[in-house]
Design a protein around this ligand. Structure first.
Ligand code: GRF
Length: 215
């Protein structure tokens, strides 16, 4: 087996995606190692999850910094010390500045609860209901300086059914997310998915549209 993919996972809250990744690694589905979890929120439940699995965690509380640049600089030093192959944003509720994104260009990956480019930003479930959409979904994308705008690597969708509330959509969406992040990590660790020189390749061909994830 090849070397495990090394990861830093950035969280702010519940950490259910973090848990799904931990479980997939422990089950032998994903060949990866979480070198550290970083949270900007000292009370994030994800920190408890990391601790239960013996994963090192760091709290970098954004409220301790005068500016976003100062927070990013501290985060950057922490990430350089960890030196992971990939930095996974998993419910990390801070916007990163251009400099840190440039430093780790093509290494930062985010999971977003919509079918990007539709519904960037927050409250995507309610906005999809308000938009009378028939389907909603999840996108995993490379992070670039524009919010929720980098190349989409993997995308999965589910139907919006009559009577669904935003909470119903969130439940369906999270179930999908918990399958998708591990699947993406499998593709990366098997080098089926490669990111080189600003381009993404899947099975050695240029990725022109997101890989479709089907349950
Ligand atoms: C997920 O819906 C993710 O798409 C979004 O934040 C949520 C995080 O959930 N970016 P959790 O902390 O992994 O439970």
């Amino acid at each position: 087996m090849s070397q495990p993919l090394t990861l830093a996972v950035l969280i702010s809250g519940g950490g259910s995606n973090l848990q799904a990744i931990i479980d997939a690694i422990e089950a032998g589905w994903v060949n990866a190692e979480i070198k550290a979890v970083i949270s900007n929120n000292p009370n994030a439940h994800g920190l408890v999850r990391a601790g239960k699995h013996g994963i090192t965690s760091h709290v970098i509380d954004h409220r301790d910094f005068d500016s976003r640049a100062a927070f990013d600089a501290r985060l950057q030093v922490c990430l350089q010390g960890i030196d992971p192959d990939f930095i996974l944003l998993a419910g990390f509720m801070r916007i990163l500045g251009a400099e840190i994104i440039q430093t780790f260009a093509q290494q930062i990956i985010n999971i977003h609860p919509s079918l990007l480019p539709a519904y960037k930003g927050l409250n995507t479930y309610q906005r999809a209901l308000d938009g009378n959409e028939s389907r909603h979904g999840v996108s995993i994308h490379l992070v670039t300086a524009e919010l929720d705008d980098g190349p989409v690597l993997l995308q999965g969708s589910y139907p919006i059914e009559a009577g669904d509330s935003a909470q119903d959509l969130q439940k369906k969406g999270l179930q999908l997310e918990h399958r998708m992040y591990p699947q993406l990590l499998c593709y990366l660790s098997e080098t089926r998915l490669c990111i080189k020189g600003g381009q993404v390749f899947y099975d050695q061909a240029l990725l022109e549209k997101p890989i479709q994830f089907n349950l």
